[in-house]
Design a protein around this ligand. Structure first.
Ligand SMILES: [Zn+2]
Length: 456
């Protein structure tokens, strides 16, 4: 591996300069004034892929921002890794909270400070430089395809549409997907993200009388929608923090004792956690630790609730309507469409005839799981062991990267989430930063991944 380290060392300043050329393009996907920047950023990526050693690279127009595709096929009989990343970034407001210009990267205290330094320009560019390193040293052991999109921060709508075409599926056909767009649990404890939660969110609206009624004249004769709503919501969780909806847990995969033990190796303290969220007592599903509750168990939450009179003083009424915004975080292999159906049927079944019930569902997300006995996971584990000197732990994130589950659905491929970010990198926030040593270590680890992956 020494020659890899040497190559990175020899070229490290150029690597950073090239990354800066991507960062300087303000590719904010959620702001339409940056439409031209999206195209410019895609073009720059395309050029950098060619310079890194791709035999072919192109920009692909979509219904939204363009995709960047590049490939090097050394032997069609060999395995193929599809590297996914995104070149779009989050908005930078409020600007006054930035200590340096968000799109003029600077190096200070061993870190790159800029929007996209980590998420995901810095992280995805590590993959491009790992690729260059392998091509230059004649160490590329398998085929590589790159796919970069410009809409991850707004839910990947164009890519989700594009990937459904059979010809496009064929174009990105591979054996595994490699993604650097996640965090490690800490700088000292390397980890690989093995789980992402899914999501079902909706609004439930109850209507009683067609206008607010005087609670003296009418109280006791009609249903009060807020009373009913509270009662219905109150049945979802039992005293053990278990969701009571019939069939809800049918498809929840249970983690092996070995994996639960590994998850709980992450640096964590109840006291520090309580302090960080400002509570004196933690609460959750019985029989699971906090890390397990976040990562491997589904949850139910009322995100908002409204109805009746909440202004100054008091108004004695039976309100006409009441509604709540409800969310269920899901884990593998719960299908959000099935859960949405179960939940709606459940609430309809317990709703009294004296009120009218309506549902509005929002976008649903699939959960994702990467089994730790998967050969591709083992290759990533060995790669991190090589560069960090200790075995990485599998980490379940409570959040979602919806395109990862879409890839699994549409391409039938698992993704290896080999990320090197940290909570302290301020992604999506002012003063985003990324440590240079993690940038170089990420390149080295990605090279090691390819070598181990090709050996198996
Ligand atoms: Zn990202």
């Amino acid at each position: 591996m020494n020659s890899v380290k040497e190559y990175i060392e020899q070229h490290k300043d150029r690597f950073v300069e090239e990354l800066f050329s991507l960062i300087r393009i303000p590719s904010i996907s959620s702001e339409s004034e940056h439409k031209g920047d999206m195209q410019r950023c895609a073009e720059r990526w395309c050029q950098l892929l060619k310079e890194a050693g791709a035999d072919h690279a192109e920009i692909i127009a979509t219904t939204g921002n363009p995709l960047v595709y590049g490939e090097k096929i050394i032997d069609p009989a060999k395995k193929t890794v599809l590297v996914y990343g995104h070149y779009d970034v989050m908005p930078v407001t409020p600007l006054e909270l930035w200590e340096t210009e968000p799109f003029e990267p600077v190096i200070k205290d061993g870190k790159i400070w800029a929007r996209g330094a980590d998420d995901d320009k810095g992280q995805s560019f590590m993959q491009a430089k790992a690729f260059e390193t392998m091509v230059s040293l004649d160490k590329l052991p398998c085929n590589v395809k790159f796919l970069l999109e410009g809409e991850e921060e707004i839910g990947s709508p164009a890519l989700k549409e594009w990937i459904q075409e059979p010809a496009h599926k064929q174009k990105v056909k591979a054996d595994v997907i490699l993604v650097s767009d996640t965090d490690m649990v800490s700088a000292e404890v390397p980890s690989i993200t093995t789980g992402l939660r899914g999501l079902v969110k909706f609004e439930m609206r109850l209507t009683g009388p067609d206008h607010d009624l005087h609670s003296g004249d009418f109280g006791g004769t009609v249903s009060n929608p807020i009373n009913v709503l509270s009662e219905m919501i109150g049945t979802v969780l039992d005293k053990r923090g278990h969701i009571t909806i019939p069939g809800f847990y049918d498809d929840v995969l249970t983690c092996s004792p070995e994996e639960r033990e590994l998850i709980n190796r992450a640096p964590y303290s109840d006291e520090a956690y309580k302090k960080s969220v400002g509570v004196e007592v933690l609460h959750g599903e019985e029989g699971y630790t906090t890390l397990e509750r976040i990562g491997i168990r589904p949850t139910f939450d009322v995100c908002g609730i409204q109805g009746g009179y909440s202004g100054e003083g008091f108004k004695t009424i039976i309100p006409s309507v009441a509604w709540a915004k409800l969310s269920f975080r899901l884990v593998a292999s719960q299908d959000p469409k099935r859960i949405a159906r179960l939940v709606e049927n459940y609430f309809r079944s317990i709703c009294p005839e004296s009120v009218k019930i309506e549902f509005t569902f929002y976008e649903k997300g699939m959960p994702y799981i990467c089994p730790i006995d998967l050969p591709e996971y083992k290759a990533a584990e060995k790669a991190m062991q090589d560069t960090y000197g200790i075995q990485p732990i599998p980490a379940h994130s409570g959040c979602s990267i919806s395109i990862v589950s879409d890839f699994e659905q549409e391409l039938g491929l698992k993704s290896i989430l080999l990320g090197f970010g940290l909570g302290a990198d301020n992604i999506h926030a002012p003063n985003e930063n990324y440590r240079l040593d993690r940038f170089y270590k990420g390149i080295e680890t990605a090279v090691a991944f390819f070598q181990h992956y090709a050996e198996d």
